[in-house]
Design a protein around this ligand. Structure first.
Ligand code: ACM
Ligand code: ZN
Length: 766
């Protein structure tokens, strides 16, 4: 390493410091490099107070890790030439979890107010060692570090219900969390697919509810429900002894485990064990996969025995888990069974409730009373806001940020975990080239760019945001290797967002540091995603002129593209800056790093330059605010949608689309089309038919075509269909396109009987 004086170092930008091997993730609050390095070898001794149990635990962890890495057995409290001090000390600046490090060639001093701070200091020191540790000298650059976290809830969640992960996998997950200074493990122990925690009073919860018929050969969403007589062989659960051991293991690493005992929905596994807990009370088998037909997923909210059952379950849970918060779920409750249930309806009446939303709120408030009586607090998914929030409940915002904003404004504590970008079960680099995932796309950069404090909150409201969390639902994740892949390296980005001051965040610096960490993962055989090499092709519409802007997240990458439909490579056009598009064409682009095409599949964007581009569109029914795409002129922006329905598409839920376009002047027109997409898994279906009409005055319309859908709404592949009409050329000023909604989701679909979506991208007028 090149040696630079302190004064000069202070002037250096953080990325340059990183180039000099200060690869700590998350980025510390303040780092001041000093000339020289400290080498851990036989001449170094650990200095600490052996009477202090907590300090001794940290020193032992450090010493055993060094031994594992290098074979060096550090002397303890010996008179050696070099000393490594680990000590508790009153430090005003760094708070409960922070630490200070002062490293010079003969001493390494780690000080903190608490064991947690010392542990985090040790994690930083370990990250300063060379990543690949075969015969490497354990050399640490000299520096001073002052460090403490921005947020107090730095969470990772894991769903062990959809797939079960044994205690060793959980411990490895906790180890990874600890390395990156994450401090809350949200353990999703209960869901439809399996009950995973031993409850002594109700042995059938695990004897029956933890086991299902093995359909692991099929993707989750395509699994048929088990039939009577089939053997339930897939599953597992944690005994209370195992849970105690894992809680203690996590506590040693400053990780609090927040158990989630899901209710009142998502409990098909509990009902399989004790059918009397549901409204119908009909016996059922635990859920095998994504097919919810004929399964009871809710507790009966009108049955007092259910509340007694939950009181007993929560008593055992609270006796096990020391966490201040107990997560009680509360998400996605289908109110259908409650509407049909005499007991639920009687409960509504007896308590003067207005509807099933208020029944849900009543249910959660009853549970909160039980939890508060045991001096703990409840936390629930943002649906617990519906029908009135329980008085002291904390809210975990997952359906975007709105629930978190609402709760913080009501002065309730909030954890942010919006689906975008905090759901680590979504794709991160694909979907091409990645294992099948539940859908969606949360790239490393989208996580890195996440700001947990929503802009709607003022500074006093922002204080209620305790932090954020990465969520890992495991419908599509069944192995430890796949689990690692899904959280890495996204968890590292989240750790930096949650720990480091906003002013120190730097995407380039992060990427530079990351290389060192992925080298370490390679050496340890830990799986991770190599990154998102997709090219984002964005278009800006400027009064009918389309400008193309291309971007790749990959570090040190170039973009090559074609405009003739050919597959681009390093011989194609090199993208240097945004450019205008004047004619219909297809752009294909790839990311190239070090002369190698990295994209598994070229990104594509079709441009349709036609008579309607940039013309105003009036909608009879507004498009969904969830799918605003490029705003009001999405249907005339010349930009075709791709198979990614989240981009360039307008969505309509349970409604027809009627769009009128004014061309501004009378023009000769002979064909009109409307692009629509079908994505069965995302509840998006083609319209029944599309009707095309034209007019000269905007009052009297003549129909010029009617294209009826002839494709099946049960087709599960994602595809685009252009509904079209060709007619004898005629003078036209106004065009009206009506797409008739296909109605409810079809039979056999998870949303059967509920309104489906209809999506459209462009009205092409020639
Ligand atoms: C959730 O993802 N249903 C909380
Ligand atoms: Zn009921």
């Amino acid at each position: 390493m090149k040696k630079i004086s302190i004064a000069l170092w202070l002037l250096l930008p953080t990325w340059l410091i990183a180039q000099n091997h200060i690869n700590i993730i998350p980025q510390p609050v303040a780092v001041f490099p000093i000339t020289g390095s400290f080498i851990i070898d036989e001449n170094a001794s650990l200095q600490f107070n052996e009477q202090q149990k907590e300090v001794k635990a940290v020193a032992d962890f450090f010493s055993s890790t060094v031994k594992k890495l290098s074979g060096i057995q550090l002397a303890k409290n010996a008179g050696k030439a070099k000393r490594i001090f680990i000590q508790l000390q009153s430090l005003s600046e760094v708070g409960k979890e922070g630490y200070q490090l002062t490293i010079n060639p003969t001493s390494l001093m780690l000080a903190a107010n608490s064991k947690a701070g010392l542990l985090y200091g040790v994690q930083s020191v370990l990250q300063l060692l060379p990543a690949v540790r075969t015969n490497e000298v354990l050399e640490i650059p000299c520096m001073q570090v002052t460090d403490y976290p921005r947020f107090k809830w730095r969470g990772m969640h894991l769903d062990v219900s959809r797939h079960f992960f044994g205690p060793d996998v959980i411990k490895a997950y906790i180890d990874l969390m600890a390395t990156y200074k994450m401090n809350v493990f949200h353990w999703h122990l209960v869901d439809d697919g399996g009950w995973r925690i031993e409850i002594k009073k109700y042995p059938l919860l695990t004897k029956v509810g933890a086991w299902r018929v093995d359909k692991n050969n099929l993707p989750w969403g395509q699994r048929p429900q088990a039939k009577a007589g089939e053997q339930a062989t897939y599953g597992g659960y944690y005994t209370q002894e195992q849970i105690k051991e894992i809680i203690a293991y996590a506590a040693e690493k400053n990780i609090t485990i927040v158990p989630e005992i899901e209710m009142p929905g998502h409990v098909a596994s509990a009902i399989a064990a004790y059918p009397e807990l549901s409204c119908s009370q009909i016996p059922q088998l635990p859920l095998t996969g994504g097919n919810y037909n004929n399964i009871s997923s809710n507790y009966c909210a009108g049955n007092d025995n259910v509340y007694q059952f939950l009181q007993n379950v929560l008593t055992e849970v609270i006796d096990l888990f020391p966490s201040a918060y107990i997560h009680i779920g509360g998400d996605e409750v289908d109110k259908g069974p409650w509407k049909k249930c005499a007991r639920c309806q009687a409960k509504i009446k007896a308590n003067g409730l207005k509807n099933e939303e208020e029944l849900q709120s009543y249910f959660i408030k009853q549970i909160e009373k039980m939890v508060i009586a045991k001096k703990r607090k409840i936390i629930g998914w943002d649906e617990i806001l519906e029908g009135g929030l329980a008085p002291d409940a904390a809210v975990m915002s997952w359906r975007g940020e709105a629930g978190g904003v609402e709760a913080a404004k009501m002065h309730h504590e909030v954890i942010m975990s919006p689906g975008n970008p905090c759901y680590f079960d979504n794709y991160q680099a694909g979907p091409e080239g990645e294992p099948l995932a539940i859908g969606g796309m949360n790239t490393l950069k989208s996580v890195y760019d996440y700001e947990p404090i929503p802009k709607e909150l003022n500074s006093s409201e922002a204080k209620y945001v305790l932090g954020a969390q990465g969520n890992v639902w495991t419908e599509y994740i069944s192995t430890a290797a796949h689990l690692e892949y899904m959280i890495l390296p996204r968890m590292l980005a989240l750790s930096e967002v949650l720990w480091s001051p906003k002013s120190t965040l730097n995407w380039n610096n992060f990427n530079n540091k990351l290389k060192n960490h992925t080298k370490g993962f390679d050496q340890k055989g830990i799986h991770y995603s190599k990154g998102n090499f997709r090219v984002n092709i964005n278009t800006i519409s400027e009064q009918g002129n389309l400008k193309v802007n291309m971007f790749t997240e990959a570090d040190n990458a170039k973009i090559y593209y074609s405009i003739d439909g050919s597959t681009p490579d390093i011989g194609s056009l090199l993208y240097t800056q945004p450019f205008y598009i004047n004619s219909s064409q297809i752009i294909k682009a790839v990311t190239v790093v070090d002369g190698l095409v990295m994209s598994t599949k070229p990104s594509e964007q079709i441009f349709a330059i036609h008579k309607g581009v940039a013309k105003n569109v009036n909608y009879l029914t507004p498009y969904s605010t969830y799918y605003p795409a490029n705003g009001n002129n999405t249907l005339t922006d010349g930009i075709r949608g791709t198979l990614d329905h989240g981009k360039n598409w307008h969505g309509f839920n349970g409604a027809d689309l009627t769009a009128t376009i004014d061309l501004g002047t009378v023009q000769q027109v002979s064909s009109i089309s409307l692009g629509c997409i079908q994505n069965y898994r995302s509840w998006i279906f083609l319209p029944k038919l599309v009707q095309f009409e034209v007019s000269l005055d905007g009052i009297k319309y003549v129909q010029v075509g009617n294209d009826i859908n002839n494709l099946s709404n049960t087709e599960q592949s994602v595809f685009i269909k252009n509904f079209k009409t060709n007619f004898t050329e005629q003078a036209v000023r106004f065009i009206r396109v009506t797409a008739k909604d296909a109605g409810n989701c079809p039979k056999g679909h998870p949303g059967e009987g509920k309104p489906g979506w209809m999506f459209a991208d462009e009205i092409v007028i020639q």
